[in-house]
Design a protein around this ligand. Structure first.
Ligand code: GDP
Ligand code: K
Ligand code: MG
Length: 279
């Protein structure tokens, strides 16, 4: 039986390493990712008789490949295809942390969220409706307090279940009528290319292509059959930017934050302070 691989992804200081240490104990070693100076931490543990390999990815806020850290995390998820990505999210900074989550989901990764720092919510008088968050994101969300080893068993159980279930439909953020029309046409052209690896989400590739993501442009240039589409890309982008009135990259980021803002409004409630309760 093949070993299961679980990768930990999250913003810096979300508690990734604490989760990693909880899971792997002393069975870990540190090396470097090939070609870069970024530290690579690997470990393993046994759960219900199965050996699970755990990779602690570099902490990142996004997966746009603007930094070595982002490139390492993104390439690992895209090309090494871990069975599950545990996305460690700092619950006290939900909206900022979910930005990375939307990237993971759009890429088509098999994601389970560890909603970490859950203990801090109480002090801050904030509540998060976890079942609702899980439902809206379409994936398991497990509250955790990594520093007290809380929620780890449930997290592992959910990760293994997700590995068994496989990836669900990748998250679709609605980018509005004009861009969606263009996306649909380009996605069709991209997904009909027989040479492309079938584990890449064509929609994600298309969004990246429109955003002008250098890494994705470089990959796509390797595949014969996409020359016509790539040659038309700049023209399509110019036209679209004329209609939406801003550059596509900012537009896409705005829509992502819009989606996250909507989520947060539905799941986060701030309890009234003592003073507010008086009035
Ligand atoms: P990383 O940068 O994502 O690897 O985060 P670390 O695991 O290094 O944790 C960052 C800081 O947050 C450390 O000081 C941890 O002790 C602390 N921390 C991690 N998890 C929790 C948690 O669930 N609750 C609280 N209150 N602190 C945590
Ligand atoms: K740290
Ligand atoms: Mg760390």
């Amino acid at each position: 039986e093949a070993q299961l691989v679980v990768a930990l992804a999250g913003n810096p200081n979300s508690g990734k390493t604490t989760v990693f240490n909880n899971l792997t104990g002393s069975r870990q070693h540190v090396g470097n990712w090939p070609g870069v100076t970024v530290e690579k931490k690997e470990g393993q543990f046994v759960f219900e008789g199965k050996v699970i390999r755990v990779i602690d990815l570099p902490g990142t806020y996004s997966l746009g490949a603007y930094s070595e850290d982002e490139a390492v995390a993104r390439d690992y998820i895209l090309f090494e295809r871990p069975d599950v990505v545990i996305n460690v999210v700092d619950a006290t900074n939900l909206e900022r942390n979910l930005y990375l989550t939307t990237h993971l989901l759009e890429m088509g990764a098999n994601v389970v969220v560890a909603l970490n720092m859950f203990d801090e919510l109480k002090t801050r008088e904030v509540d998060i409706d976890v079942p609702r968050l899980s439902k809206l994101l379409g994936m398991p969300v497990v509250p955790t307090v990594a520093t007290r080893n809380k929620g780890m068993k449930e997290l592992v159980a959910q990760a293994l279940q997700a590995a068994k279930d496989g990836v669900k439909e990748p998250l679709k953020i609605n980018y509005g009528k004009e861009m969606e029309t263009e996306l649909a046409a380009m996605e069709q052209e991209i997904s009909s290319n027989p040479g492309l690896p079938d584990n890449l989400s064509p929609r994600w590739l298309t969004v990246k292509l429109l955003e002008g993501d250098e890494g994705v442009l470089k990959w796509l240039n390797k595949y014969p059959g996409l020359e016509r589409l790539l040659a038309r890309r700049d023209e399509i982008v110019n036209q679209l930017e004329g209609i939406i009135g801003e550059d596509i990259e900012s537009f896409v980021a705005d829509r992502r934050y819009g989606f996250i803002g909507g989520l947060a409004r539905e799941v986060v409630t701030r309890r009234k302070t003592a003073e507010e309760r008086l009035s």
